[in-house]
Design a protein around this ligand. Structure first.
Ligand SMILES: Cc1cc2nc3c(=O)[nH]c(=O)nc-3n(C[C@H](O)[C@H](O)[C@H](O)COP(=O)(O)OP(=O)(O)OC[C@H]3O[C@@H](n4cnc5c(N)ncnc54)[C@H](O)[C@@H]3O)c2cc1C
Length: 345
């Protein structure tokens, strides 16, 4: 039988869980107050590696292939293009990093991701790459503003999304009633703004502000993304997104001169050329100290669910995690404790 679900927040988390439930024949209604400051600001880079220790990203072999299929399926449904494969050139920042790269790239389990070491300096005179560089394969980026706008439009035209703020005073959680309608489940996907709602308050969601700038330059390649201290992502037409800052426990939403200074400083460790600043944006990532997402059902009211904590790698994880969320809601299949909200009970 068709069940109905209310979803609070139409960012990456809300849109993907709404889609998974709808695909399984359920009725969904998304409420969004129209203040998205994370999913549509994000660079949307899906990087298979964590450069800090040159390791594969968490659950990479599950998340990466699933997410690619998911985004390609959505592109045909929405009839827009937002999925773009792109190699990432990592300019090493130390000899230690170069060493890690050489060790890892010799291992079979990394062969799909790490390309040969390159010397860099002569080929790329405008880049700081005194320790050499390596190319990461199997990376891609999602054009996040196109993705969010078109995915929201899909639900809007089906009357499944209302641009409206959720008010907790209108929720009767024991009976899963919001205003005058009773739902089979209510799923909170409010990102960092979950902090301002009275449910799931015990969870340690942190507000990690991030700022990015868009620059124009003729001196950078448009066929690869760069990384050292910051990322540089080609957007086309000689425009590049550069980011990002990490400002912990900062819930302010505006771009700042300090943020700009930080971005320019990070870029100066990678790029020696000249550029023109086009704009600066800010957003807030919903992060968790243990760097694992938050999926689960409330202990107190069993019709209430939460899908949050997507952090800095949300675009790679959300497709598969939203499926796991749908399995929890429809079949009672609990996500593993590693990212279940019960780990904080
Ligand atoms: C600068 C920056 C760069 C990033 N770069 C990347 C990247 O390259 N790759 C990557 O994978 N991830 C990146 N991220 C992280 C990614 O953006 C997040 O993981 C993801 O967007 C989180 O999605 P969400 O749906 O949980 O939250 P959000 O996108 O914040 O969505 C929450 C939604 O809830 C709505 N809402 C909140 N409260 C209410 C309410 N009371 N009533 C109604 N609606 C409400 C808001 O309007 C919003 O639309 C970046 C983030 C930032 C800030």
């Amino acid at each position: 039988m068709k069940k109905s679900y209310l979803i609070i927040g139409a960012g990456l988390a809300g849109l993907t869980i709404a889609y998974q439930l709808k695909k399984r024949g359920q009725q969904v209604l998304l409420l969004d107050k129209g203040e998205n400051h994370s999913s549509s600001i994000a660079a949307g880079i899906v990087n298979p590696m964590v450069f800090r220790r040159m390791n594969k990203s968490w659950r990479l072999d599950d998340f990466l292939p699933f997410s690619e299929t998911f985004y390609k399926e959505l592109e045909s449904l929405l009839e827009v293009s937002f999925y773009h494969p792109i190699p990432i050139l990592r300019c090493f920042s130390s000899l230690q990093e170069k060493q890690w790269w050489l060790e890892k790239s010799a291992k079979r389990e990394y062969e799909d991701y790490l390309h040969d070491f390159q010397n860099g300096n002569t080929e790329h005179p405008l880049l700081h790459c005194e320790f050499g560089m390596g190319k990461v394969k199997s990376a891609y980026w999602i054009n996040t503003s196109v993705f969010v706008e078109n995915f929201q439009k899909y639900f809007l035209t089906n009357n499944e999304l209302r641009v409206q703020e959720f008010h907790s005073g209108d929720l009767f959680p024991a009976e899963a009633r919001y205003e005058d309608k009773i739902y089979d489940g209510i799923i909170f996907c409010a990102g960092h703004a979950q902090k301002y709602l009275p449910y799931f308050h015990h969870l340690p969601i942190e507000q990690t502000k991030g700022q990015v700038m868009t620059i124009r330059t003729n001196e950078l390649s448009e066929t690869e993304s760069l990384n050292r201290k910051c990322f540089v992502l080609p957007l086309g037409k000689k425009l590049f997104k550069v980011g990002a800052t990490y400002e912990w426990n900062n819930p302010t939403l505006h771009a700042t001169p300090d943020g700009l200074h930080d971005l320019q400083d990070k870029l100066s460790h990678l790029f020696k050329g000249s550029y023109e600043l086009i704009k600066q944006d800010a957003g807030i990532r919903p992060t968790v100290k243990d760097r694992r997402p938050l999926l689960g059902q409330s202990d107190e009211y069993n019709h209430l669910y939460l899908f949050n904590g997507l952090g800095a790698k949300g675009y790679m994880m959300a497709p598969l995690l939203s499926l796991e969320m749908a399995e929890l809601i429809l079949e009672g299949k609990e996500p593993p404790m590693e990212y279940n909200i019960k780990r904080f009970s």
